[in-house]
Write a new protein. Structure first.
Length: 205
């Protein structure tokens, strides 16, 4: 029988510094006329795509909370940590997609319990659970493709719900529809009052 692979910290987690976008690529010690911002433009200009929209939603929530001056850690067990220890998970969905489609998309959010993974120890926890105290469901609510623009923040609606409610009503469920979510009576918020709504829920947790 093979022996289990032992955890090794010979290669610790990288500490990422915030970049400006003006950094230049190099080749053999010579700088090229190729900036990091060009990569960002190439890879992330489609703000409606599922992958990019999810990161954008996380950025919007983090910005509303005044916490977007650092660097996103995509490997954390939850998305945002408040100063008081409140853990927040951000999920996103949209009616409209980048590709051609015949009808509006059904709104489904992921709520599955997970095993927390630590980038510092490279180990999984043994407890399957929802890792955050609060879920923020970010809906790109706009339904007209000609005027769709995720940077127009009035096109977004945010729904906030304590994880304890999900655990009570749907302890093992992996997804939730918008209709089912609304039956749980989440707090609705706009970008302007999102921080206030988060603070209210954090006090109640």
């Amino acid at each position: 029988m093979d022996e289990p692979i032992k955890n090794s910290l010979a290669f610790p987690a990288l500490q990422t510094s915030r970049k400006s976008g003006d950094e230049l690529f190099t080749l053999s010690g010579q700088t090229l006329d190729l900036r990091l911002s060009a990569f960002w433009q190439w890879s992330s200009s489609d703000l409606v795509s599922n992958a990019t929209r999810g990161v954008l939603a996380e950025f919007l929530v983090t910005s509303a909370l005044g916490l977007a001056d650092g660097v996103r850690n995509q490997w954390d067990a939850f998305d945002i940590l408040l100063a008081d220890g409140t853990r927040i998970e951000v999920k996103s969905a949209a009616y409209l997609q980048s590709w051609a489609h015949a009808k509006l998309s059904n709104i489904i959010f992921t709520i599955r319990p997970t095993l927390a993974w630590s980038s510092e120890t490279n180990q999984l926890s043994s407890e399957l659970r929802r890792q955050a105290d609060i879920y923020i469901f970010c809906l790109l609510d706009h339904q007209e493709k000609a005027t769709l623009d995720p940077m127009r923040l009035e096109q977004w609606t945010f729904y906030l719900l304590r994880s304890s409610i999900l655990d009570e009503r749907f302890p093992t469920q992996k997804t939730i529809s918008l209709a089912s979510l609304l039956k749980l009576e989440p707090q609705a918020a706009t970008f302007e009052n999102l921080a206030e709504r988060v603070a209210e829920l954090a006090r109640e947790k």
